[in-house]
Design a protein around this ligand. Structure first.
Ligand code: SAM
Ligand code: SF4
Length: 326
């Protein structure tokens, strides 16, 4: 399905819940209030909607996210249902890993192929401060369980100035000498009420690359500089894994953006950092046919905004990151 700028939009990120078992400081306030479950897309509604994206609109890749997707009841069945839709090439998930130790194997059996696990530091005390109550040991065990289950692993680290932009970055990058994972450094993005904090603390790709080169030597550009998803990928000499940079703030990748997002409460959002959304939940609950839903979705995807407006200081204020799904 092409949008008005000729981009092939074939990647759907589905937020399964706005709830989370952590409270990362760059993502949501500690006293976050969550939506009543009745306002969220139910299992049968997802079962109806996702095939419309795949069969009728040509989407091929589905990523489950949140909030924390592993908190969703029936997560294994949800993965299995999606993996079985003809036309789905990949089912992936982004998770904080807290519950993954037990879930990695059943999820892989159900058809999950790839997993992105958030890990901003290997330092136990910093990890606790950043997530407000998480345990880095627990997440590490989950990463190993995901590896044992045969899942392709990427680790996501959001970098904040003065917090994890020095030895934490080096230690995370060092993991790629021993493990075949992609460690991705993400520039922090501004959202809603926490935007002041975030903008002050963004650390750019340029700055991180210089630090990595100083400490660990040359970074070898992979894939001839083509983006891997949203990441520009490099390898350290002698490493089995790779390091990626997701630089939405300093080097936006809007020109090649191929994604649409379905929020947990059933809104289609075409740009993470723009407030415009299409309400899909209401027509779904008011008896719209598959063809009518397809027309609505098609029109909205066609109008996907060109890109975000961070350079003009346009910050999305209607939702925090956990409500959209990252
Ligand atoms: N709970 C899951 C997790 O943490 O992986 C999935 C949802 S989370 C919103 C998805 C991704 O967004 C995570 O990798 C997280 O680190 C990232 N994220 C959250 N807030 C962010 C922000 N302000 N800027 C950049 N990335 C952010
Ligand atoms: Fe939860 Fe993920 Fe947001 Fe952290 S980044 S608070 S784990 S949704």
């Amino acid at each position: 399905m092409l949008d008005q700028y000729g981009r092939n939009i074939n990647y759907l990120r589905v937020s399964l819940t706005d709830r989370c078992n952590l409270r990362c400081i760059y993502c949501m306030p500690e006293d976050m209030t969550f939506r009543p479950r009745s306002e969220l897309l139910q299992d049968d509604e997802l079962k109806r909607l996702i095939p419309i994206f795949v069969d009728l609109l040509g989407f091929e890749k589905i990523r489950l996210t949140g909030g924390e997707p592993t908190l969703r009841e029936n997560i294994v069945e949800i993965v299995q249902n999606i993996a079985q839709i003809p036309g789905v090439r990949t089912v992936a998930m982004t998770t904080n890993g807290v519950l993954l130790k037990q879930l990695a194997a059943p999820l892989a059996t159900a058809g999950l192929a790839r997993i992105n696990i958030s890990l901003d530091t290997l330092n136990a005390e910093k990890f606790r401060q950043l997530t407000r109550w998480g345990s880095v040991d627990e997440v590490w065990q989950s990463i190993l369980a995901a590896q044992a289950a045969g899942l392709a692993i990427k680790l996501n680290a959001v970098i904040m100035r003065g917090f994890n932009d020095r030895e934490d970055v080096i230690n995370l990058a060092r993991l790629t000498y021993d493990y075949p994972w992609q460690v991705r450094f993400i520039e922090m993005m501004p959202f809603a009420g926490i935007s002041g904090f975030q903008q002050d603390h963004v650390v750019t790709e340029l700055e991180l690359k210089a630090r990595l080169r100083d400490e660990l030597g040359e970074l070898i550009l992979c894939h001839q500089g083509q983006l891997d998803g949203e990441a520009r990928v490099y390898q350290l000499e002698g490493a089995v894994g790779s390091v990626g940079f997701i630089s939405s703030v300093s080097k936006p990748f809007c020109a090649s953006c191929n994604r649409a997002r379905l929020t947990a409460d059933g809104q289609l959002r075409l740009c993470l950092l723009r407030e415009q959304e299409l309400d899909v939940l209401a027509p779904l609950r008011h008896g719209a046919t598959d063809q009518a839903l397809r027309c609505l979705l098609k029109e909205s995807i066609w109008s996907k905004p060109w890109g975000h407006g961070l350079a003009e200081q346009t910050v999305p204020l209607n939702r925090v990151m956990s409500e959209i799904g990252g």
